[in-house]
Ligand binder design. Sequence first.
Ligand SMILES: Nc1ncnc2c1ncn2[C@@H]1O[C@H](COP(=O)(O)OP(=O)(O)OP(=O)(O)O)[C@@H](O)[C@H]1O
Ligand SMILES: [Mg+2]
Length: 640
Amino acid sequence: MLELRNLFLTIDRVDDPLDLLHDVSFRAPGGHFMAIVGASGCGKTTLLKTIAGLAPETSGEVRWNGRNLATEGDLLPNEFAYVPQFSIAYEQLTVEESVESAARLRVRCRTREEEDAIIERSLEDTGLAPIAGRRVSVISGGQKRRLGLAMEMVADPALLLCDEVTSGLDPKTEQEIVRLMHTLSRKGDRLVVNVTHSLANLDLHDSVLVLHAGKLVYHGPPKLMSHYFSVAHPEEIYKRLANRDPEKWHRSWCKHRPFYYEAMGLEPPVKGHELPEHATTALEEAVAPPEEAEVPVAPAPSPASGAVDAPPAVVAPSVPAEKGKIVAPDGKPEPDADAAAPSAVDRQSGHSKHKVPPSPGLIAQTLHLFGRRWRIFFRDRTQLFLHVAILFGFPALVTLFAVNAPPSPKVMTGVDAGALDFAIQQRDVFLSQLVAGGFASGLIMFQVILLTLMGSNNSAREIAGERMIYEKEKLAGLRPSAYLASKMAFLALPVLMQAVWMGLFVQIFWPFPGEITSHLVSLVAVTAAMTAVCLGISANMRSADQANLLSVYLVGFQLPLSGILLALPQFIETFVRPFISAFWSWSSSVDALSREYYTAVDTVTDTALQSAPIGLFVLGLHIAVGLFAAYIGSRKTFWD
Ligand SMILES: Nc1ncnc2c1ncn2[C@@H]1O[C@H](COP(=O)(O)OP(=O)(O)OP(=O)(O)O)[C@@H](O)[C@H]1O
Ligand SMILES: [Mg+2]
């Protein structure tokens, strides 16, 4: 049983709090199919998010099976499912792989057979079995909605919250999806809530809840709705609602609610604890005698005898409905509801028959995400091509400059020579140091800068680009730590390949004059640092474009702010240097050069060189800070 008691969601505005949801109270049992309808912007999605725990209420209570979710624990990930309007599947996967992935992230299965059975059941239940092998990128809009439902059904949730899953579909497909949701509500003791602005197919629901400007103005059987609003067709309801103050509609509803709940065979919702000060205590007014309540505007002519402010006596059941049965206006139980509805005790006490399956462990989730990421990577041709192109292209670019490498810097030999010869030799050594040192410094910097670019390309979109899918999976029980661990494991390989390949390929054309291993370590460190920092950016940005832009700026500033090309004013250098990964990598690689090259680089640069251990330590800090930021960002909730 889902029960909302005097729920308010208020946004603070100076001297004028705005109620997105105002005094919403309703009950809906298991084995029930409920529609939430209302004009665009009336608060349907907000209400669904409040139930799902994504938009915390300001006051009032959300109760599930008698449990107050605010004080006695949120809904467990597998206790409910939330199907958003946007697509929640990766285009590169097939329908079956998407459902399999959902199952692996949500349900802890003991055997492979058990898992296969869950996947098969979800595909069968949603009618997707015949297209199980088809890629998500090619399936139709209606099939995508089915897929959204199938991916949720793997957890066999007791509460299924669907937000506009039929919007944008043709009437026939819309009806098919509504029928599917109806069927899903008949399997087990499941409450299915269908948020929609469409007024078609309402008869397929057990109850319809109408929201108007954040206020609840009706919740009852679909067949009584037209009578209540005194309209000939449900399609006219929105027009009718617009003719009267939402508060009046709400008060009117509070007055008549008991009758409609009786028609549904349910107890009306219980009054919540306290209403906010600014709120009208509609429920209290509702118990006042009818003559004291405000009389609404005259109802529109109706084929039935119903009036806006009076219950439709003509269609009222002659005897109170048997508790727990959905009753049609003629007093007969609905065949569907009767067949599959749970017992009366279940409906009224709200104790669900559902067992909540446990979520898989951290390692199982990490391994699955790691495997899935590689699969998507290899199927995304554009991404694959870009990675391969820069993996081989960037080192090739560096070697274009390496082919004209100058000779090694000269060293002073003729210390016994005469003064003139000594001066000439000193000049020659200085000139050769300038040329060779400038070349070595530039070539190392070029490698480092290209690797920072590769690092940013590795991760800038990694989290921001799939944020909504991640949010959805997190809501369904995915641990942020498993998600981040899988990203780190996935990115480790490109980082290693890019840095090592860069170092070794350039080595062919310009053998590194020093310790190549130390140089490679410095290249790996800078690639990892930039990848980690951009992953941190990616996890904290709302869109992939934002994350990309910020990462590109970060890379773009590496060279000018490193102080290697042009010296920076001292106070700027002191302030920015700790953040410039490229400087620390360059410095570490220069430290690995042979003595004469090191001296040569020292001659051409104004910057004080740092030792390799210090450089690597700072890069290690960059990696740690980047990953910490990624962890913090991946724990945040970024629902639209
Ligand atoms: N965080 C917020 N701050 C301010 N206003 C908000 C916020 N979230 C939602 N709203 C406003 O609350 C109202 C209800 O939004 P909601 O998304 O719930 O509408 P809806 O009924 O789902 O509409 P639609 O049918 O178009 O999806 C809208 O006017 C919206 O602008
Ligand atoms: Mg909405």
